[in-house]
Write a protein that binds this ligand. Structure first.
Ligand code: FEO
Ligand code: CA
Ligand code: CA
Ligand code: CA
Length: 741
């Protein structure tokens, strides 16, 4: 989803909400504290130098049960390609020697007999077509028998998130011939299209005659939409907070929504994160009083729904049918327990959902043990037999937190190939401990368990937690209670297969300020920048370009060390306060978001969803060869308060990037974000998503294709019509080599 920092102020910003009004420390108390030099520099200081591929696969997988990968050919140089220049062109640009092709765009049919997409606003049957706003994506290999094969490299399933849609004043305007209805009530026929283009798709893809394509008629293809039945699993299953007219026992709900980041389990299932789901629900203007101002009001506010909140698309206005009424999260019934209305409906969204991509007959499961927030990706730490599994997650809103889940069950390698994959999910994802991260100014950090055994939670004055279900449903409030560290919008995270370190993108944060006003907070060690960047004549304040932190786990499950891996910045920006990573024109980027490591090459792929630097370049994808936590040194950022006093923020920063360790690989078409990346196990093919090209077109320009902000992918020769479409592309190297060499 777009997160443009330059977006015009709207009454409601559905994608960049700021509901964290907790008084949690943001390091005010430790500002200026001097770091222990020894603490920062401890650990080996490895030199990456010119990274060569030889033997990488061996070191990457040493000591873990991750599936073995084929080492790339000895001598291939990582990042050996020529950097792609920044660009405002309406194309997908990749380095010389590479080919990028579109294979699956909004509206493409995924079942036999469904007509080709006309792309003029008249198409229907969206539950049998590609959804909109392709986002996170994972590969699931298929053998010649059409069954799971983890080593397959030329046939597989892609599980793809369809996060949202390009909208204006309620309507998803590219979906409707005339742009759709922008006032309430909205026609049911428009709503039915819009609910169907959200969710996920699973499609079969294969390489034939050297060319990749998806298989429209594959029996393995399927969609889940924002209305598909999904089971509630884990600690919140059966909770009274999930009782609805649809599920009076709180055990099922309908739909997965605003699916953003992804994960792939060691047992071969797909994980999808529900991100900005709250914006799809409305609440009545007097709903607080209707609820008796009980604690559900505190919960709703913390999740961005104050009473009177309007919904993003007005789906509740489609009529009396339950499938429309469920988007009204108000208390409208007379029951005590909520079984006659949808006052609890929002509590069924905001989870990591597990889906068996290989078996469309199995109902997906919301894994509530992993907490409820604006989920992005879910990345597994190193998988080691006999040890618990760790899953890392971020909550993408301004000032929200970083989390990890640690399973109760210890890993049994035989589970990797079990036939009943969702039963294995029950084993590892429904029982465990959930932790929130606290970053200390000295480069250490701690994981704080979110449990009633912690008196900070059991005695929390703002919200009285009843039980374990209450904690996972109200994860943000529990993390507030324990004083977790407010971050600059945690987007994706990914685990470096070489050493298990966890990388997080912190995409940007307009609320960070050296002179904080209401709803703003000071820079701190882990979120150390607050500055002004100009976009034309517009001032962009806070941390407009974003940064990345990385964590190294300690010997205790409760402790980690960390540093800032990279700061996004313009190459020409000041190198003491802004371009601290000294990025060059071949390396500069803004608003890191999507993130994935290649298990084949070790390359760290960084994707942007930017609005700050888009006067100079469209969104892009960087290739990086990172070192490790502690390989750099500390930096001091000095700020001046309005009263003239100064204060320092001292932060550990990773070793500076070189031309051999960071390079721009791809630039996308106009108005898009680049997001989602998955690869074949040999590292020779990657799939990447181009989300919302032309998103700033505007409904008023719909009648004239010449006025579209983008005409991609039609201008690349793909499909009918000229309306821009989100799409999956496939990238191969012309010499058959590994991607990124
Ligand atoms: Fe869907 Fe936070 O990006
Ligand atoms: Ca995004
Ligand atoms: Ca600028
Ligand atoms: Ca994202």
């Amino acid at each position: 989803m777009t997160h443009r920092v330059d977006a015009p102020e709207q009454a409601i910003d559905f994608n960049n909400e700021n509901a964290n009004t907790s008084a949690n420390p943001t390091f005010e108390s430790v500002l200026g504290a001097r770091l222990s030099r020894r603490g920062l520099l401890r650990g080996s200081v490895g030199s990456v130098g010119t990274a060569m591929l030889a033997g990488f696969g061996v070191s990457a997988c040493g000591g873990s049960d991750d599936p073995a990968v084929t080492p790339p050919p000895t001598g291939s140089k990582l990042l050996g390609f020529g950097a792609v220049p920044k660009s405002l062109a309406d194309v997908v640009a990749v380095p010389a020697g590479y080919t990028a092709s579109v294979i699956f765009a909004l509206g493409d049919p995924i079942a036999a007999g469904v007509a080709a997409y006309k792309n003029d606003g008249t198409d229907g049957d969206f539950d049998k077509r590609a959804g909109d706003h392709h986002d996170g994506m994972e590969w699931f290999g298929l053998g010649a028998d059409g069954k799971r094969s983890d080593n397959a490299t030329e046939r597989g399933l892609l599980a793809i998130n369809h996060e949202a849609t390009t909208d204006e004043k309620l309507s998803s305007y590219f979906l409707h011939a005339n742009g759709g209805t922008t006032t309430l009530p909205r026609p049911a026929a428009e709503i039915d299209k819009e609910t169907a283009i959200h969710g996920i798709a699973v499609i079969e893809v294969a390489k034939s005659g050297g060319k990749w394509a998806y298989a429209q008629n594959s029996a393995l293809n399927f969609r889940l939409t924002s209305l598909s039945p999904i089971e509630i699993s884990g600690p919140a299953r059966g909770s009274a907070q999930l009782f609805t007219k649809f599920s009076p026992t709180g055990t099922t709900t309908r739909g997965t929504l605003n699916n953003c980041g992804t994960g792939r389990t060691p047992w071969g299932t797909f994980l999808t994160g529900e991100e900005n789901w709250f914006g799809y629900f409305t609440r009545g203007a007097a709903d607080d009083a209707a609820r008796g101002n009980d604690k559900s009001v505190t919960s709703l506010k913390r999740y961005g729904r104050t009473q009177g909140a309007a919904s993003r698309h007005g789906w509740e206005s489609g009529g009396a049918d339950d499938k429309y009424q469920r988007w009204n999260n108000s208390k409208t019934g007379t029951s005590v327990d909520g079984t006659d209305d949808y006052r609890n409906e929002m509590n069924g969204m905001g989870y990591i959902v597990e889906i068996d991509a290989y078996d469309k007959t199995r109902m997906a499961k919301k894994r509530t043990g992993l907490g409820r927030f604006a989920h992005e990706s879910a990345a597994f730490g190193k998988v080691v037999a006999g040890q618990p599994l760790s899953i890392y997650m971020g909550d993408d809103s301004r000032g929200e937190y970083i989390y990890k889940f640690v399973s109760t069950a210890t890993w049994n390698a035989a589970d990797a190939n079990a036939n009943d994959r969702l039963a294995i999910g029950d084993k590892y994802l429904d029982s465990g401990k959930l932790y929130a991260a606290k970053f200390n100014a000295d480069g250490t950090g701690s994981w704080v368990e979110l449990s009633l055994t912690n008196t900070a939670i059991s005695g929390y004055a703002t919200y009285k937690f009843a039980d374990a279900a209450d904690i996972v449903i109200n994860t943000r409030l529990a993390a507030d209670a324990v004083g977790a560290t407010k971050m600059d919008r945690p987007e994706w995270n990914a685990v470096n297969p070489a050493n298990g370190e966890v990388y997080f993108t912190l995409t940007n944060n307009s609320a960070r300020s050296a002179n904080p006003g209401s709803g703003q907070y000071l820079p701190d060690a882990a979120n150390p920048r607050a500055y002004t960047d100009m976009k034309g004549t517009t001032k962009q304040e806070g941390n407009p370009n974003g940064h990345m932190v990385r964590l190294k786990e300690g010997t205790s499950v409760l402790a980690f060390t960390w540093d800032v891996y990279l700061f996004g910045a313009e190459a020409s920006a000041d190198k003491t306060l802004i371009n601290i990573s000294a990025l060059t024109d071949e390396q500069d980027f803004s608003s890191p978001d999507g993130l994935a490591f290649s298990k084949a090459t070790g390359i760290c792929w960084i994707q942007t969803d930017d609005g700050a630097y888009t006067d100079v370049s469209n969104c892009m994808m960087m290739a990086a060869v990172p070192g490790q936590v502690g390989d750099g040194s500390k930096k001091t950022l000095t700020y001046t308060k309005t009263d003239g006093s100064k204060f320092d923020v001292v932060t550990p920063v990773g070793k500076a990037a070189t031309a051999d360790t960071l390079k721009r690989f791809l630039v996308g078409p106009k108005g898009c974000e680049i997001t989602g990346l998955t690869e074949t196990p040999d590292g020779k093919t990657i799939f990447v998503n181009i989300q919302h090209p032309g998103e700033s077109t505007g409904m008023a320009n719909l009648a004239d294709p010449a006025k579209f902000q983008s005409q991609w992918p039609a201008n690349a020769g793909y499909g009918a019509g000229k309306r821009p479409r989100s799409a999956t592309i496939v990238i191969t190297k012309n010499d058959g080599g590994n991607i990124g060499t």
